[in-house]
Design a binder for this molecule. Structure first.
Ligand code: ZN
Ligand code: ZN
Ligand code: ZN
Length: 96
């Protein structure tokens, strides 16, 4: 899949990747819920659960804050970024 094709300015403007190494969704922890994968907000560095998780906290964080871009929190998930505004995913392996 040619990921670069979908790059939007939110992703193109990233200068480095935020990944605090947190391995839980802080919103799910509060309510005792579980999650599938974790995403890191590239605006504020908060870690939330992905769209495949029951609570979709990363999407809710975007809806409440407008913070557009997330990357996977798991180091083995690859170097890509997703923009909620443009529903765009792009390779960011040039950043680290
Ligand atoms: Zn965008
Ligand atoms: Zn969550
Ligand atoms: Zn944020």
């Amino acid at each position: 899949m040619p990921l670069k094709k979908n790059v939007c300015h939110h992703i193109a403007d990233l200068e480095s990747l935020k990944n605090p190494g947190i391995d839980y969704c802080e919103e799910c922890i509060k309510t005792g819920d579980t999650w599938l994968h974790l995403r890191v907000c590239q605006t504020c560095g908060k870690v939330h659960c992905c769209d495949s998780s029951p609570n979709r906290h990363a999407a809710k964080h975007y809806e409440s804050t407008g913070h557009a871009v997330v990357i996977p929190a798991e180091k083995n998930a690859g170097a890509w970024a997703y923009c909620f505004v443009h529903q765009a995913m792009a390779d960011v392996s040039h950043l680290k």
